[in-house]
Design a protein around this ligand. Structure first.
Ligand SMILES: [Zn+2]
Length: 422
């Protein structure tokens, strides 16, 4: 503390002296003093230091490049006077923020170095992605730090009318294919994008992120409306509580997410529907088919259509390898003819919607690789394609007022979007 005071006093003393003696003298001799007057050519040059990634590079050399196939960080830095020991030291200090084995071909990097008789690297900057970058410092001390470029967020409105597909309509509206994927996700349980028809229309308000004026992706869809076969299906993003992720709710406050997927395969072809009077292809007599068959290549992953507990993972001569899942007191599903179970799938295991439980095969009474999907409601087998499948949890009462306010605001904004894209 004492030292600080001494410096303070010294600084004040120097300042006083400067005002008293030096500055008036400078003014007298300066070209800007009233005696000289300002000529028109005189401009006051303000020196703006040149920076790269926040580092002042005025007295340094800068090389911008990209990681090439076969590049090793050690080789790149070796040419700039960085020994393997120094690199090792900096990598040790940065092991929680940077994995050198994961440097990717095509990612930009920047070498900031001194050039005297030899080149000597002071800073090495590597862009992990469009937002995050790591700086390795080889100055007086060796260390590393992670930084982020400023991300700007824009709220964007879009709309379109479908001529042939959602992707094409979005492309016409000047939106990215990423938006089509995000919209398809929001409506995955309510709209079948394979059977959208000409004249279906959509509107959406979403947040897109930009770095240095360039889009780095869509952050989230805030709200949307899909007019599907003449019916408006709204989607409002809302977070029910801090422990769960935000979800999309319709204008009634029902979740757009269903408790069940439409089918147990990501892509599959329905080959035999639920049918109470069906001629069995193997047994050669009429036997009701109380499941729905989806054909897919052998080995295609089979997904749990809802959250639940595996109550059977077993084999019978008719079913082949099969898994049965109890979802709650009302619903149970079963998946037959599997080639095999996914690892860890056995009786008592809890599975989440979309988890892989096994693989398509043709074990048991089957003519070719397919999955027979069976669906029980209150103990009897029903056709899931004809069931009003239950939604995930709707807006809870204590959130109702907040949700209605948000919905009102977004309905108004959606109403302001023109049908035709600008
Ligand atoms: Zn079947």
């Amino acid at each position: 503390l004492k030292k600080k005071y001494l410096f303070g006093i010294a600084a004040v003393a120097i300042a006083v002296l400067a005002f008293a003696f030096i500055i008036p003298d400078l003014i007298k001799n300066s070209p800007y003093s009233p005696e000289h007057g300002l000529s028109e050519d005189d401009t006051i040059a303000v020196h703006e230091p040149k920076t790269e990634y926040g580092i002042i590079v005025d007295s340094l050399e800068v090389l911008n490049a990209e990681i090439q196939n076969g590049d090793f960080l050690g080789d790149i830095l070796d040419d700039y006077g960085i020994s393997a020991t120094m690199l090792d030291q900096v990598l040790k200090s940065s092991k929680n923020i940077f994995d050198v084995r994961k440097i990717r071909v095509g990612n930009p990097y920047t070498l900031i170095y001194k050039e005297d008789s030899v080149k000597r690297c002071e800073y090495f900057v590597y862009e992990l992605n469009k937002v995050d970058y790591i700086t390795l410092c080889f100055c007086d001390s060796v260390y590393a730090y992670l930084s982020h470029k400023p991300v700007e967020r824009d709220t964007i409105s879009t709309s379109g009318v479908i001529e042939s597909s959602l992707y094409e309509a979005l492309d016409d509206a000047g939106s990215s294919p990423e938006l089509a994927l995000k919209l398809a996700n929001v409506y995955a349980w309510t709209v079948d994008f394979y059977i959208v028809q000409k004249g279906d229309a959509f509107k959406a308000i979403y947040v897109e992120e930009f770095v240095e004026g360039e889009s780095v992706g869509i952050k989230e869809i805030l709200c949307a409306n899909f007019n599907y076969y003449g019916k408006d299906i709204y989607a409002f993003r809302f977070q029910q509580d801090s422990l769960t992720d935000p979800e999309y709710f319709d204008s009634e406050g029902n979740s757009l997410r269903r408790a069940f997927l439409k089918m147990p395969l990501e892509f599959g072809r329905m080959t035999s529907p639920y049918n109470k009077n069906r001629f069995h292809p193997v047994l050669k007599y009429n036997k009701p088919h109380l499941g729905t068959d989806y054909a897919a290549p052998s080995g295609t992953p089979i997904l749990a259509t809802g959250d639940g507990t595996v109550i059977e993972a077993s084999y019978t001569s008719g079913n082949g390898n099969y898994v049965k899942i109890k979802h709650n007191s009302v619903y149970t599903t079963q998946y037959l003819h599997m080639k095999g179970f996914a690892s860890g799938i056995k009786k008592g295991v809890h599975v989440a919607q979309g988890d892989v439980i096994g693989y398509v095969g043709s074990t048991g009474l089957a003519t070719g690789p397919h999955v027979c999907y069976r669906f029980w409601k209150n103990g009897s087998q029903v056709d899931p394609r004809k069931e009003e499948l239950p939604s995930a949890e709707p807006i809870i009462e204590s959130n109702r007022e907040k949700f209605e306010a948000l919905k009102g605001k977004w309905m108004e904004k959606l109403g302001e979007i023109g049908e035709k894209p600008v």
